[in-house]
Design a protein around this ligand. Structure first.
Ligand code: ADP
Length: 406
């Protein structure tokens, strides 16, 4: 029996001596009774240096100071914090360095004596590996963030290049559209010009031929009639040429506004005189003015605008009708209305009225280029003003201009 016991003790001894984990046992007061070689190596002590010492020498603060109290509390209350649980703590080597380990403590009662045995597994390498892992992880995270930023920058650059490309495409499209519009304008212009020039030119030709045949004194009134026709055809051609000229000047931005004092009543009288040749039998022009007649504006532009509006009023109304020109000057603005009792503009077509070359469907054989109102609008806008109109087909139209004084 004794031989078996001693054999078992020897085996147990050998196991403890060769165990990789450290084993420490202490008595109920915390004094070290045994430390195996692994534990001694971990802490850097010789067995003689620790035998009988309080186990707290192996502990750093605050465990070092708290350990006695902890044992006492366990003694009194049996409330365990480590026993049977195991946890990660830190320990202090002989040289003062601290290292982490996992501690599992068991309590044994042997011959009525309490012994606590702690099994210690050094976690230095595990912790180092963990720390290394955290470090590598952080490095990776930083790298990912760096790469993400770089990528974001590349994406932003791509987006802005894309935006630039889109803008360029838009500009190209715009200039293409403009070119297309210009080509369309050119071809419309050529067809309109050839049509509008042919009629007055053939009138001039036929009237000139007839005049050549009217040789006698009695045929003088007939000659006069044809001379009148030639004059009006020439005036018509001049009007068209003037429109072309105004249009190309406006297009090139060559129209400059020059302000000078103008007497509106005189200007209206001038227009009145100039359009006499255009009046149909029984047509009258009347002018009403309220307010100060002298205004500061561009005379050439205003004259062109009024001539255009009044001659349209004459052209698009019948015999025995009245064209009324009302001007009103206030502190803030110059207002001019030109009203006729003519054919009016079909409601559905009114929205196109200021478009270049637009002519309403009810003009029939009345000659025109569809340029006048477009020019008028651009001129008025050059003066900082605006133009509007009211019209009813068959009843008449009123064109209204407002030019602010400042
Ligand atoms: P044009 O008289 O040479 O055709 P405008 O640009 O002056 O060119 O006028 C454009 C169109 O607007 C005219 O063809 C006509 O259909 C319409 N219009 C202009 N003024 C009047 C008006 N006083 N009464 C009726 N229609 C008008």
């Amino acid at each position: 029996m004794g031989a078996i016991d001693s054999d078992f003790t020897q085996r147990l001894q050998a196991i403890i001596e060769t165990a990789i984990d450290g084993i420490i046992s202490i008595d109920a007061r915390g004094h070290i009774e045994m430390m195996n070689p692994a534990a001694l190596e971990m802490f850097g002590y010789h067995i003689d240096e620790v035998m009988g010492q309080n186990v707290s020498v192996l502990m750093p603060e605050p465990y070092h100071s708290e350990h006695d109290g902890y044992l006492q509390r366990y003694h009194d209350t049996k409330e365990a914090r480590i026993i049977g649980i195991g946890r990660e703590v830190t320990a202090k080597r002989k040289d003062g360095s601290i290292f982490p380990f996992r501690l599992a403590v068991s309590e044994v009662i042997l011959n009525d004596r309490v012994i606590f045995t702690g099994v210690i597994h050094d976690l230095t390498e595990v912790k180092q590996a963990e720390e290394e892992l955290i470090r590598v992880n952080e490095k990776l995270e930083n790298l990912v963030e760096e790469r993400t930023n770089e990528l974001e920058e590349v994406v932003n650059r791509l987006l802005s290049t894309n935006q630039q490309l889109k803008e360029n495409e838009l500009k190209l499209q715009e200039s293409l559209d403009k070119e297309k519009e210009l080509n369309e304008l050119k071809s419309r212009f050529v067809s309109m010009a050839s049509h509008e020039f042919r009629t007055p030119l053939s009138t001039i030709l036929s009237s000139a031929q007839l005049i050549g045949r009217y040789t006698t004194e009695e045929q003088h009134p007939k000659r006069e009639k044809h001379i009148g026709r030639i004059k009006s055809a020439v005036a018509n051609l001049t009007g068209i040429l003037n429109d072309f000229l105004s249009l190309s000047k406006l297009e090139e931005g060559k129209v400059e506004v020059g302000l000078s004092p103008i007497n509106l009543t005189d200007l209206c009288q001038l227009i009145h005189d100039e359009v006499q040749g255009l009046l149909k039998p029984g047509q009258t022009i009347c002018h009403e003015h309220t307010g100060e007649p002298i205004v500061n504006s561009d005379e050439r532009i205003l004259k062109n605008v009024l001539f255009n509006l009044v001659s349209n009023g004459i052209k698009y109304s019948g015999e025995n009708s009245t064209i009324t020109c009302r001007s009103e000057v206030s502190e803030e603005s110059i207002k001019i209305d030109v009203k006729d009792e003519g054919i009016g503009i079909p409601e559905a077509e009114q929205k196109h009225l200021f478009n270049r070359f637009f002519r309403a469907s009810n003009v029939e054989t009345i000659q025109g280029t569809g340029l006048g109102l477009n020019i008028v609008k651009e001129y008025i806008e050059l003066l900082g003003g605006s133009i509007d109109f009211e019209s009813e087909e068959g009843a008449g139209s009123t064109f209204k201009i407002i030019i602010p004084k400042k």
